[in-house]
Ligand binder design. Structure first.
Ligand SMILES: C[S@@+](CC[C@H](N)C(=O)[O-])C[C@H]1O[C@@H](n2cnc3c(N)ncnc32)[C@H](O)[C@@H]1O
Length: 215
């Protein structure tokens, strides 16, 4: 299996999000489409533990794969599941609770977790609950979530994680480095593909896909 070092993909958000939501954290369909086509075959089970607006699920259905997903935000979950033929495979809840969700073993995972800047307190994995404020708690919880996902993945399955470093005004957040470290606690690192966006927004020329294998 080869893992491309650099690819070019179109930056285009093809599917609309809920009229009550913003699409700023939605990844372009080209991202999951490239990796699903590269790593899976028809009828394979494709999983996204941070389903968001449902992009992974819609692309998986378009390609004849079976989507499964988790989304913590009830309104997002309801909207995304409502657009899917396989709506019964979409759970509303915390991805860390995956063991209780009755999922089958998955062939593949592609996901875009919520990002957090190192100097922020609001932890997106706990909807900003102040008890869990801070970047260290965010990284620890993210590690726990990927550890919880591991038993659901088939042996040899690939896990693709979309991640960006964050260049803030006062601090730089090396999320690519930190995600590489924390996900490697559960999965074997296999590659890091840089995606150069075609028709990219001026401030967003590229992104990263970290590639892991469940060995
Ligand atoms: C970056 S968005 C995913 C966007 C998605 N790839 C798309 O294109 O629509 C991350 C999502 O993770 C959800 N989320 C945050 N914490 C979560 C958790 N603990 N378990 C499951 N989902 C969570 C957020 O509500 C958000 O919708």
């Amino acid at each position: 299996m080869t893992y491309p070092a650099i690819i070019e993909l179109p930056f285009s958000r093809e599917n609309a999000v809920s009229p009550h939501d913003s699409d700023e954290d939605k990844y372009p369909e080209s991202f999951p489409r490239f990796f699903i086509e590269h790593f899976t075959k028809e009828k394979d089970k494709v999983f996204d533990p941070f389903m968001g607006h449902g992009t992974t699920a819609f692309v998986a259905e378009e390609l004849g794969r079976i989507p499964y997903g988790i989304e913590a935000d009830p309104e997002r979950h309801e909207w995304a599941a409502g657009q899917c033929e396989n709506w019964q495979n979409m759970r509303c809840g915390d991805a860390g609770d995956i063991a209780d969700m009755g999922f089958p073993k998955m062939d593949f995972c592609v996901t875009s977790p919520p990002f957090m800047a190192v100097n922020h307190a609001w932890n997106p994995l706990y909807c900003g609950n102040k008890i869990y404020a801070g970047y260290d708690r965010y990284l620890n919880r993210m590690a726990e979530i990927f550890a919880a996902v591991k038993p659901v993945m088939k042996k040899g399955a690939h896990i693709i994680v979309h991640v960006d470093n964050i260049q803030g005004k006062t601090a730089y957040t090396p999320l690519v480095r930190d995600f590489s470290i924390l996900i490697s606690e559960s999965f074997k690192p296999a590659g890091d593909t840089i995606i150069q966006w075609q028709n990219a927004p001026e401030d967003y020329p590229l992104t990263h896909a970290l590639i892991f294998k469940n060995s």
